[in-house]
Write a protein that binds this ligand. Structure first.
Ligand SMILES: C[S@@+](CC[C@H](N)C(=O)[O-])C[C@H]1O[C@@H](n2cnc3c(N)ncnc32)[C@H](O)[C@@H]1O
Length: 274
């Protein structure tokens, strides 16, 4: 920890990272670290810790150093091919779960699945549902598949390599969920902090950040059955624009959900019934 502080500094964020890396590598949780600050860790762990602290000092996100991140009730493998799961995405998941009955075999697609968090959690919480997930990144899809095998070894999800809903049939789905890239391509945040280590293809979406919504909302109107729901995550300042795109494509009952910071974070709508 002393070596870590020398590398990362002593501010609160650095302390959180040091404790998380120490817990992830040694298994000593925060309480045990605090109770026994002078405890020595065995040399193989010490070497791993030194390496981890050096990587963090170079800016590598903690989740990539440990190769995993918790989301909902599960631990997901993440690699530099995948976005690091964010807590805000649980808002989208909770909304989807409210709309998926426990006893009906609804067909649901997770477009742009990344590490698979949404499809795996929906499959875990609603075992009757039939889950499909697409991603344009073969690397991300491989990670998602591994996560499903580790977390839900007895269930299956149909993993599809391809763009959004390109390969899905007309009126074949009851629900579409997606957390697409939504950051404007010249937003300086893309080139700072953890984001600079994450795949640009998972983050940036054209000049206004809305390029992927234009495509996937249009496609969702085609692949959803009448009365099917579309739910998407978006940036805190994009709710109006996303709702307008949904309205243009004929979706009704438009609604927006707030995140933990009371910022608009997910919007959804229903395809009209016949
Ligand atoms: C913001 S990340 C979300 C990942 C995951 N759903 C999550 O919430 O952590 C967006 C994902 O969309 C994928 N993606 C980008 N363009 C795509 C496209 N044209 N078709 C399908 N997936 C795409 C990226 O590879 C990335 O995995």
């Amino acid at each position: 920890m002393r070596e870590g502080r020398a590398l990362l500094g002593t501010n609160a964020d650095a302390q959180i990272d040091l404790r998380a890396l120490t817990e992830g590598i040694t298994g000593l949780d925060r309480a045990r670290q605090l109770m026994a600050p002078e405890q020595l860790v065995p040399e193989p762990f010490a070497q791993q810790l030194r390496h981890a602290f050096e990587q963090r000092a170079q800016g590598v996100p903690v989740a990539y150093i440990l190769g995993r991140r918790g989301f909902w009730r599960h631990e997901f493998q993440v690699t530099p091919d995948t976005l690091i799961p964010r807590p805000e995405t649980e808002i989208l998941l909770e909304w989807a779960l409210e709309l998926i009955p426990e006893d009906q075999p609804l067909t649901i697609a997770d477009l742009g699945t990344g590490s698979g968090i949404l499809s795996v959690c929906m499959a875990a919480e609603r075992p009757c549902a039939i889950l499909l997930a697409t991603d344009i990144s073969p690397g991300a899809l491989a990670v998602a598949r591994r996560n499903q095998k580790a977390i839900l070894p007895t269930q299956s999800i149909l993993w599809i390599l391809g763009s959004w809903a390109d390969s899905l049939a007309d009126e074949s789905l009851d629900m579409v969920v997606s957390n697409p890239p939504y950051i404007p391509q010249d937003d300086p945040h893309l080139f700072a902090g953890d984001l600079r280590f994450e795949p640009q293809s998972a983050l940036a979406a054209g000049r206004d950040g809305l390029d992927d919504y234009r495509i996937l909302i249009h496609q969702a109107a085609r692949v959803l059955r009448p009365s099917g729901w579309l739910l998407v995550e978006h940036g805190h300042d994009q709710a109006q624009a996303v709702q307008a795109l949904m309205h243009q494509e004929g979706f009704t009952r438009l609604d927006t959900r707030m995140d933990f910071a009371h910022l608009p974070r997910a919007s959804g709508g229903q395809k009209p019934s016949l």
